[in-house]
Design a protein around this ligand. Structure first.
Ligand code: FE
Length: 210
């Protein structure tokens, strides 16, 4: 049986280089008195439980049911998100890009891992990985297919490269079969990945049954 974990691989229970460095920094900061108590755990907990993709999903659901809000979101996402109390660090300049029948949008940070934290919460691991960052620009259709997203050949795929200045939110199209759903019921259909643009929103089970 092969026991090769590859470069940078590590056994379960062992810490990766990044984890070791993070812990070393945390102990150093603690020793110097820069951080006290559970502040690091609290920040992680906040991003895991309180600030998540639900924020972005609330904005997209509102844009689906309220054409005026959609217009404001597309014109100035930063202030439209602020209307819902969404904003802050890493989300100071947001741009919302709408999917249409002709254009599908997908977001990447080719340089590092810039990501709209206050809107989508913790970035997925693959978003920060070199293969996604390089390949989604070169062969977006193929990368999307690997996420299970097959688009019609005539749909153009627009790739948006995030930066320290601008972070993007993909506004997916409202799925067919959701006409009877209200804003609150639409929220769970709008997944994190659909707002990065690698997938489409979930289709409600009632729509599938029809
Ligand atoms: Fe980056």
């Amino acid at each position: 049986m092969s026991h090769d974990h590859g470069a940078g691989g590590h056994h379960p229970g062992e810490l990766s280089d990044g984890e070791v460095r993070a812990r070393a920094l945390e102990s150093l900061f603690r020793e110097k008195g820069y951080i006290k108590g559970n502040v690091v755990d609290e920040i992680i907990d906040t991003y895991t439980h309180d600030i998540g993709p639900l924020n972005g999903a609330r904005a997209v659901a509102k844009a689906w049911v309220d054409p005026d809000y959609r217009e404001r979101l597309l014109a100035d996402a930063t202030s439209a998100l602020k209307e819902l109390g969404i904003g802050g660090l890493q989300g100071e300049h947001m741009v919302a890009v709408p999917n249409t029948d002709d254009v599908h949008n997908v977001v990447v940070c080719t340089l590092c891992s810039c990501y709209p934290w206050p809107v989508l919460g913790l970035p997925p691991r693959w978003y920060k990985d070199a293969p996604y960052r390089a390949r989604v620009v070169r062969e977006p259709r193929k990368v999307l297919a690997e996420f299970g997203t097959t688009l019609p050949d005539e749909t153009n795929i627009q790739v948006w490269d995030s930066s320290a200045e601008v972070r993007y939110l993909v506004v997916p199209q409202r799925p067919a079969g959701t006409e009877g759903l209200n804003e609150e019921d639409l929220v769970p259909l709008i997944t994190r990945d659909s707002m990065i643009g690698v997938t489409l929103p979930a289709v409600p089970s009632e729509a599938v049954a029809k």
